[in-house]
Design a protein around this ligand. Sequence first.
Ligand code: BGP
Length: 470
Amino acid sequence: MEMSKDFLWGGATAANQYEGGYAEGGRGLSINDVEKGARHGVQREIHDSIHPDAYYPSHVATDFYHHYKEDIALFAEMGFKCFRLSISWSRIFPNGDEETPNEEGLKFYDNVFDELAKYGIEPLVTINHYEMPLGLVKNYGAWRNRKLIDFFLRYCEAIFTRYKGKVRYWLTHNEINALMLAARPWHQAGIIYGEDEDKNQVMLNAAHNQLVASAKAVELGHRIDPANKIGCMLLYPLCYPATCRPNDQIMAMKKMNQTYYFGDVHCRGYYSNVCTAMWKELGAKPDIQPGDEEALKAGTVDFLAFSYYFSSIEGEVTDQVMGNIAVGGKNPYLEATAWGWQIDPVGLRTSLNYLYDRYQKPLFIVENGMGAIDTVEEDGSINDDYRIDYLAKHIRAMMDAVELDDVPVMGYTPWGCIDLVSAGTGEMRKRYGLIYVDKDDDGNGTLNRSRKKSFGWYKNVIATNGACLK
Ligand code: BGP
């Protein structure tokens, strides 16, 4: 197999980290708008409302809201075929439970999609990327509550109908498995577990409600426009056994099952043995209502999208390292980024093979990249050779999976193609972009955009359909 001429090269962002304009155009507050940024080792903090003295990085983020024309022109200059963005749910339904959508919010994305169309760039839209209207948390308890399924579908119906013909590629929930991988119940599902709550029970119900919502959204999206291609999105935390001790294999397998729990339902349409075994282990079972099983079966996804940043090991592990969602074992054969995420390009080839073998669905790499501190030289240049090296190795590994292993991959959209706020820490100094944005951790800066060295490099990768890396 060769890299297809239609391969969707591009870049990825999310509204909660990029869009800003948090109080404009009739938008309501979302869960990110009350989450402070971390500072140099200090954890992020979640408030129940906006505190006048606190700094919340999502409010302006890197201001796509006011810079979308300029940014899209830069993406077009790089030759993007595809741009992944998310819709801010609270821009469309400010509190989440309104009967009708906010016209000004819908109009904003009309403008964005029209601008992308000018350059022939396909939008890839995440419907729910680590955000929801804060009203749904306060008044309904977020995804704990089954009512969220209906609110989500009302939101889906509004955007599927409005953007029919403008958007063909959709993702339902970003990194749904982050809920089980533990560190982000707030980001992923708007949940902070109560002291007296059975956490496993709440987590499985919040997962189930989202899985049913996703399946029904797939069915609805196909009904509204049969041309829609609707995928799921998993974080793929590849895990190796630490040694050839057979029990290490079992431990690595169990770690991966926290991801397959979600992939199996999204792609196969039912709770597999991996899922039922998980219920036994957790001592809880989701509240499955009549009709849910049929809905899951009818709404399997068209493709599987995933993020890939790092790998880890399980079993006889000596040291732990960070990943974006959970800690894992340190692999002595791998280097790590400044944030401790282990760099493993070969693991991307392995991941593509595992996922295709298991699900037989086209794959889409919708996030990959390295967070790093960039230095602006006196002449304004930013020589991010480390980023070029990281991306080049991962793209080559992806091409091996396509060309040598015959795995169908639809596209590649590296994360944070333009600098944006980090989800994990809320920092700006942890940058992923090929385009630099002048802004610091305290919110100071002109928001001016400039091209990093990686900008010209990626442009050439796209122009040659990856051949320049061979
Ligand atoms: C993924 C999220 C993204 C993005 C990325 C990088 O888990 O889907 O939203 O933030 O990780 O993580 P971070 O921003 O913490 O470096």
